[in-house]
Design a protein around this ligand. Structure first.
Ligand code: B12
Length: 274
């Protein structure tokens, strides 16, 4: 009650679990704890059987660690405005778009992904981190130099495969390809194999790029590769996404695999020489 009425400094016992729970609840309910990060961090190991008081940690915090780069901290904590601001400062300091993507956005999402796997990051946090990464990427994209005038190469059809809604990596690939003068037909995410084949036929595409991030969706990648090859013999298929490896790409019959967007650009340049 005192906090709600303006108390800004109090003499309390920070080792009292009840006191800290009240304080954290106040901060979470009044939106002073951004995205409830401190609350989640404090209670992530809480179990009903252990009881609340016994397991409330004294000083855990989801606040930025002092040595953590601002962009990583903002994405990890799901703070869109901070993530966009961190990218703006990095650009002003002369960091290139690709360095920001490979050295900032991708590693931050990896940290969040690992936390999700371990159970210390929960789905809403994963969603917020993805949104913050999207906001960061929008700033990077807007700052990319405009496409040089000249002949547009391609087109290249890009899609995230059926069953899969992960599209941050595909969007990065698309932006980079466009930046290098390629026309990209982006079919979006969760795209069935037949739709991809239809679009590639309609657009007379010689290259299809497929993205998949889950072990449960790479089967649709295999199906799409097969369908493209059967129906459009002159069309190559390149694949990518966090769960893929060069070996697996070869196993499913893809013509090319790259672990990052720059590798895709280099392949496309070799396929469509200027
Ligand atoms: C962000 C994220 C989400 C966001 C996605 C938002 C969006 N719009 O994309 C949200 C929160 C929605 C989400 C949802 C889910 N997710 Co998720 N997610 C992630 C996370 C943390 C990061 C992925 C990412 O964007 N990485 C950054 C980008 C830039 O990397 P990238 O996609 O790999 O792309 C680069 C390269 O691979 C390459 N590339 C990408 N595509 C292509 C294509 C071509 C042609 C080429 C050449 C190259 C290329 O270039 C890119 C740039 O260099 C990963 C963890 C991780 N470390 O990957 C989990 C992860 C992929 N998710 C996972 C899971 C399980 C899920 C859910 C099922 C969770 C749930 N219980 O609901 C749902 C899936 C729903 C669905 N049907 O798809 C698992 C998958 C596990 C597995 N092995 O199958 C992961 C690995 C997390 C984990 N460790 O458990 N997720």
């Amino acid at each position: 009650m005192a906090l709600s009425n303006g108390l800004s400094a109090g003499i309390i016992n920070p080792l009292s679990a009840d006191m800290m729970t009240a304080y954290r609840a106040y901060r979470a309910l009044t939106a002073k704890d951004a995205q409830c990060g401190e609350w989640i961090e404090a209670f992530k190991d809480w179990t009903p059987s252990a009881g609340a008081a016994a397991s409330v940690p004294g000083k855990a915090s989801a606040a930025a660690k002092t040595d953590e780069p601002p962009l990583t901290a903002a994405i990890r904590r799901g703070l869109k405005t901070d993530a966009a601001a961190a990218v703006k400062s990095a650009l002003e300091a002369g960091t290139s778009a690709i360095e920001i993507i490979d050295g900032g956005i991708v590693p931050a999402l990896e940290i969040v992904g690992k936390g999700f796997e371990k159970g210390s990051v929960f789905l809403p946090q994963l969603l917020m981190a993805a949104e913050a990464a999207g906001a960061a990427f929008d700033v990077v994209r807007a700052a990319m130099p405009p496409q040089e005038a000249g002949e547009v190469k391609g087109p290249i059809v890009m899609a995230t495969v059926k069953g899969d809604i992960h599209d941050i990596g595909k969007n990065i690939c698309r932006a980079l390809l466009e930046n290098y003068g390629f026309k990209v037909i982006d079919l979006g995410r969760d795209v069935p194999p037949e739709t991809i084949v239809e679009a590639a036929r309609r657009e007379k595409a010689r290259l299809v790029g497929l993205s998949a991030l889950m072990t449960t969706t790479v089967c649709f990648m295999e199906e799409t590769v097969k369908l493209v090859h059967e129906n459009l013999p002159g069309c190559k298929v390149t694949v990518g996404g966090a769960v893929l490896t060069a070996d697996y790409a070869e196993k499913i019959g893809a013509d090319h695999y790259s672990k990052d967007a720059m590798g895709l650009v280099r392949y496309a340049e070799a396929l469509f020489p200027a």
